[in-house]
Design a protein around this ligand. Structure first.
Ligand SMILES: Nc1ncnc2c1ncn2[C@@H]1O[C@@H]2COP(=O)(O)O[C@H]2[C@H]1O
Length: 236
């Protein structure tokens, strides 16, 4: 169940020369926390490469404003390639989790660049197939897993990467820092496609078993081994 970005961030897969050429195509833009970088349904076609910070990618699932988080993307990752390639409205809303800096490239310039650099087109295709593969896995997992298993799998995944929290590696000779996932309960619910109430109940069970400790907008993993067991091996 992949919520985190692509196997290798787009920019990291570029050669030094490709990187230099692509970065010369556009300009920097910065966004404050909570700002929308892209909005679902908009008819724009530029792409962005994340230089700093993390964003959520979400879609609305009904008119009442319920949102489903499809992914968390971070440094080096490409955003907005779908509308740039197929000229359809934006498929999702991209929102800054904290301060974010991106390189913005017009859709035209990006398409011209891909036509001149077939290897980079291959990277974009690979990124899209990777995402389709994860989304197929996600669909089959959602059909068979309980909310508790889905939540355990998600916490496991997020605590390993911990993109939103300061998870400082332990200094030699000190106790290792425990992993902390810094998301609110409704955000966690949106990442597993469940209601906030169902996630609160699952968190209560995990707390009772001392697998996690919860606080304001944070879940601390106390027992990663048991969490992995509860996730029932449904990791990527
Ligand atoms: N499932 C997903 N996982 C991660 N990123 C996505 C996902 N779906 C859409 N996006 C990104 O969100 C962007 C929204 O605008 P685009 O449709 O142009 O391009 C989209 C992708 O870059």
């Amino acid at each position: 169940m992949g919520l985190l970005g692509d196997e290798v961030g787009f920019a990291r897969a570029l050669t030094a020369q490709e990187h230099e050429s692509v970065m010369a195509l556009g300009g920097h833009r910065t966004y404050a926390a909570d700002a929308h970088l892209l909005t679902e349904g908009d008819r724009t076609s530029h792409v962005m490469i994340v230089l700093r910070g993390w964003v959520t990618v979400s879609v609305s699932t009904d008119r009442g404003g319920t949102r489903l988080i499809l992914g968390l993307r971070g440094p080096g990752e490409l955003l907005g390639e779908m509308a740039a390639l197929d000229s359809h409205p934006r498929s999702a809303t991209v929102r800054a989790l904290g301060p974010v800096e991106v390189q913005v490239i017009s859709g035209d310039a990006f398409r011209r660049f891909l036509a001149l650099h077939p290897r980079v087109s291959g990277l974009v295709i690979r990124q899209l197939t990777f995402r389709l593969r994860s989304s197929d896995q996600e669909r089959s997992a959602l059909a068979s897993l309980t909310v508790l298993q889905r939540l355990a799998a998600r916490l496991n995944e997020l605590s390993r990467a911990n993109p939103t929290g300061p998870y400082a590696p332990a200094l030699p000779g000190t106790r290792p820092t425990r992993a902390v996932v810094r998301l609110a309960q409704d955000e966690l619910a949106a990442t597993v496609g469940a209601t906030r109430e169902a996630v609160a109940k699952a968190l209560r069970l995990l707390r009772d078993q001392e697998v996690v400790r919860t606080g304001n907008r944070m879940v601390e993993i106390l027992d990663p081994a048991l969490l992995a067991l509860l996730a029932d091996g449904h990791q990527e």
